[in-house]
Design a binder for this molecule. Structure first.
Ligand code: MN
Length: 239
């Protein structure tokens, strides 16, 4: 096929740094799951035994390299949700849980930034969540730790988020309702997963509001971390 001539320049490929490498990880799609820790499901008034609730963010939601995040417009309650992020190096459909580990390229920590006020309104009306979850800058993410294969399947990742030096959220991935292998297997029943796909795997309890000037440090403790500073609405994103 001849090289196409586009009517405007195509969007830039979004990518994550990889720890210990000069290469970067190009992102294709960003999947997310809601209500994957019982304590957070309860704080949001949901039933912790419901099946996972999947949604997506567009690639332009991704914020990398510790770039600042401007407070989003039309928002009164911007909430942090710290999450373990997995990055796939391959995929497919109907992946069995025990094969999931072979598809994981690496791990990161991210923030599923949420316009909680808008989400609550949308929920009440039974409308889709996009304006609450999928806005530009809503997915800050750390550099990727490359999977080490042998021990990943039972790694109890330690997640922590501090805001202005105070711990807001802290959990082990072993507290997830749906563990990583079952989450990816379940998602692959509905979508053909591919290299470049990220999955934000849900947040533990302790979500709360952010304000301009707040400095968030999200960690996969001992492995990788993300610095996210919230800047005033309308400021330059630095992306
Ligand atoms: Mn979330």
């Amino acid at each position: 096929m001849p090289h196409p001539s586009y009517c405007h320049p195509p969007a830039t490929i979004r990518s994550l740094p990889i720890l210990g490498s000069r290469n970067r990880y190009p992102v294709r799609a960003i999947y997310c799951v809601g209500r994957n820790y019982a304590d957070h499901a309860r704080e949001m008034g949901s039933n912790p035994v419901d099946p996972p609730c999947f949604f997506m963010k567009p690639p332009h939601a991704l914020v990398t390299d510790d770039a600042p995040v401007p407070y989003p417009p039309e928002t009164r309650a911007l909430h942090h949700e710290v999450e373990l992020v997995i990055a796939l190096k391959s995929g497919g459909r109907n992946i069995p849980p025990d094969a999931v580990w072979d598809h994981i390229f690496g791990y990161a920590v991210g923030l599923d930034l949420t316009r909680r006020d808008i989400q609550n309104e949308l929920k009440k009306k039974g409308q889709p969540w996009e304006l609450a979850k999928s806005f530009a800058g809503s997915a800050p993410c750390s550099p990727l730790l490359v999977a080490s294969h042998s021990s990943d399947s039972d790694s109890p990742w330690h997640l922590r988020l501090t805001v202005n030096g105070i711990v807001r959220q802290e959990a082990r991935s072993s507290q997830m309702i749906w563990p990583l292998d079952r989450l990816v297997a379940e998602l692959s029943r509905y979508e053909t997963l591919e290299a470049g796909d990220l999955l934000f795997t849900g947040t533990p309890a302790g979500v709360g509001a952010l304000e301009p000037g707040d400095r968030c440090v999200a960690e996969l403790v001992g492995h990788t971390r993300l610095l996210c500073t919230i800047t005033p609405e309308g400021s330059r994103s630095g992306l």
